[in-house]
Design a protein around this ligand. Sequence first.
Ligand code: FES
Length: 84
Amino acid sequence: MVVITVCVGSSCYIKGAHAVAECFQALISLHKLDARVELKGTFCLDRCKDGVAVTVNGQSLARVTPETAKEAFEKHILTEGGVK
Ligand code: FES
């Protein structure tokens, strides 16, 4: 199971956390990964300056925005996460 955590703290919310989470959820459904990928929300991860704070299995991803969410999902979940 791959666990994606998206910060929904106020700074990340302003930067598009909701759109990032929606993008991830749509991609999880599109790729039929509901049984293999869990999407969770969390409060502030103390990385407020880094765009929307996202972790995959506890490891922080580099700067994620609504514009880069799809690319981040494809790289870190489908390819490196080995769920495809
Ligand atoms: S509000 Fe998201 S890391 Fe601080």
